[in-house]
Design a protein around this ligand. Structure first.
Ligand code: FCB
Length: 425
């Protein structure tokens, strides 16, 4: 084993999920959504009833941490209402099960869903959502601070705001509303700042509280070197989805609110005649292969960009970093294992270069409801048989591999890399 790939003592090795994608029985804007594959989130993995079993699976995986969502719509029936005691107890019990298994939780406060009364009042376009959210956060933090010290305020605000108001992929399915996109980001950034202060000032935590957003980073590039319009579009996307968002959450005085930066990294989008060359945009595998683009079932892979990004974030923000999500959707586990190995080596290289990376959360623990794509994308370290009424979970080869990584806190050398990924940059 290559000694240089050993990770520091106390490094968090975890998996990540979100409430709407795994719990089932949620009442939010996704409840009535039907994906093109017929999938909906009404039962999902039924984690709502099976969390004890899922914690046992996590223990088998050997993870020491877990990034999980808490669903706002379960806990408050109206703005400023008290937290629902039965639903709170369920989360408390889940946290106690995690503790008993030696697993440190990171709680995500907002992950692509809202209570129906928030959506009915205009969602994050309405500035009144900010105090309502802060009231919820204040109550939740008071209830959980003995059990949770790692807090993730917003998951991928850019993905949320663009899919709801620019691309029309998430409820309420609006398109090309740039003004709304910017407004949502600004309101979320304000809520983030206030939530950070609530958390950092709460006192009574088991450990010094840590708080940050999870920023999805995508590289946008022109596929053809000399295509001016694709370069222009790539620049615009980079500005709107990376620069503007990071500036809203971490620019100027806001930089002092967060104690860490969460990074979700899946790869790159290359543009050709204004078309995004990724499977999620309907581009076929054959076409991508022909163009030499290596992707999983969703996004182009770009492992070398990962190391570069972490070093850049380190230089720019000087904040501890958690990799709040990385994973690959594929039914080919050799591909997923190679993808993971490459990204972990990149991450380790960036750490050698000074980046203060404190943890890595694999997306995802379970195959789950992948939003507008239903159940067709397989990210799970555990597969779930959605045709079986017992929603049978099974360890995958990628899960076995990750168990080895978590237990030894090292990454095996980059040998036997999957042929398609060996040409990947
Ligand atoms: C991220 C989301 C997560 C999941 C993965 C594949 O953008 O945060 O919920 O959809 O992508």
């Amino acid at each position: 084993m290559d000694k240089s790939t050993k990770f520091p003592e106390g490094f968090l090795w975890g998996t990540a999920t979100s409430a709407t994608q795994i719990e089932g029985h949620v009442v939010n804007e996704w409840t009535d959504y039907l994906a093109p594959d017929g999938g909906h989130c009404r039962v999902a993995c039924d984690h709502y009833h099976r969390y004890e079993e899922d914690v046992e699976w996590m223990a088998q995986l050997g993870v020491n941490s877990y990034r999980m969502g808490i669903e706002w719509s379960r806990l408050q029936a109206a703005a400023f209402a008290p937290l629902n005691p039965k639903e709170l107890d369920r989360y408390v019990h889940l946290l106690d099960c995690l503790k008993a298994a030696g697993i440190t939780p990171m709680v995500v406060l907002h992950h692509f869903s809202n209570p129906p009364w928030i959506s009915a009042a205009g969602g994050w376009l309405n500035p009144a959502t900010i105090p309502a959210f802060i009231d919820y956060v204040t109550k939740l933090v008071a209830a959980l601070k003995e059990r949770v010290y790692l807090w993730n305020t917003f998951n991928e605000p850019d993905t949320y705001a663009s899919l709801t108001y620019l691309i029309g992929g998430f409820p309420p399915f609006h398109k090309w509303r740039f003004h709304s996109y910017r407004k949502v980001i600004r309101h979320m950034a304000e809520a983030h700042g206030q939530a950070c202060r609530v958390i950092r000032q709460a006192g009574g935590f088991s450990k010094t509280p840590e708080v940050g957003i999870a920023k999805n980073w995508t590289y946008f590039e022109a596929f053809q070197k000399y295509s001016l319009w694709d370069h222009g579009l790539a620049k615009f996307c980079h500005y709107a989805f990376n620069h503007f968002v990071l500036d809203a959450f971490l620019g100027g005085k806001r930089r002092e609110d967060s104690t860490f930066l969460g990074v979700n990294y899946y790869g790159r989008v290359r543009l050709n005649h204004f078309q995004a060359l990724v499977p999620t945009n309907g581009v076929s595998d054959e076409r991508l292969k022909m163009l030499g683009i290596v992707s999983d079932d969703m996004f182009e892979r770009h492992p070398s960009g990962f190391g570069r990004l972490l070093e850049k974030f380190h230089r720019r923000y000087r904040l501890p970093i958690y990799i709040t999500e990385h994973g690959a959707a594929s039914s080919d586990d050799d591909f997923r294992i190679s993808d993971l190995t490459q990204h972990l080596h990149e991450m380790h290289g960036a750490m050698n270069g000074g980046a203060d990376v404190r943890g890595f959360f694999y997306w995802s623990l379970l195959d789950n409801f992948e939003w507008q794509f239903g159940y067709s994308k397989k990210f799970g370290l555990l597969s779930v048989d959605f045709n079986d009424k017992n929603l049978l979970r099974k360890m995958t080869p990628a899960g076995e591999y990750y168990r080895g990584v978590c237990q030894a806190s090292t990454v095996p050398p980059e040998e036997n890399i999957h042929p398609s990924l060996s040409s990947c940059c």
